[in-house]
Design a protein around this ligand. Sequence first.
Ligand code: KPL
Length: 303
Amino acid sequence: MTWHILGAGSLGGLWAARLARTGLPVRLILRDRARLAGYRRLGGLTLVEPEQTSLYPIPAQTPDDPEPIDRLLLACKAYDAEEAVASVAARLTPGAELILLQNGLGSQDAVAARLPRARCILASSTEGAFRDDNFRVVFAGQGFTWLGDPREPTAPAWLAELHAAGIPHQWTPDILARLWRKLALNCAINPLTVLHTCRNGGLAEHAAEVAGLCDELVELLRACGQDSAAEDLQAEVERVIQATAANYSSMYQDVAHGRRTEIGYLLGHALAEAQRHDLSLPRLDELHRRLSAHLTRLGLPTR
Ligand code: KPL
């Protein structure tokens, strides 16, 4: 069965190249004809790895291509997910499967609500990759991808294809706990790196502020029934800060490049859930307010 991949950014490209070089059928879906023409001029997608750099001539198409889609990896930003899926909705076969590789929470429910007949598999990934040019992806760090479907615990047979392609992954019956845990880590780390203009490691100097946010995030996770995601959160946040001390967080990088952030699907989602549970979280509120003001000053969206 063909893998259609929508969103040829860093993670989409990383999956596409590894699946294609395993001999699996892969199609990239590119936004429009201009982008498709640019891709064809380059002759394919380049993946830069520590040991080798290779060009993969993966066939590509635009969203209006007539080819039916049975399996779609949606690898765009959270704020683009709904619109991206709408652009190919008419091509999805009955019972099509989607793998939603978005950060944070909120976009997955919005996509699933639009496609009640499709199976939506949620993914949470720590793989590191970035684009250093058009259709050129640099594999920056080993990571891991958790996959799961909150509505149907049976793992799909195509996980064997991920295994064959060397994509480190595991199926979990509790993907929401993984997504919530990652969301909490990102809420505790990413906004502060933007506001203090520092690498992740710089947050060691703001330990009390980080600890205060972790306390409120734990409260929130528990209120949302995510007790396992709440366990030892602060210790893990501190571990991640140490382990990724030299890195700039993804939100820091977005802001530094003048790109829209995923604030709405991280802090925004956390605070919307807090409100739904009548929970007052003053430190997270204040963080959201400061970050929003900062983004507004830079002319960037706050949602
Ligand atoms: O996921 C991350 C991000 O930057 O988005 C962390 C874990 C904070 C590492 O930088």
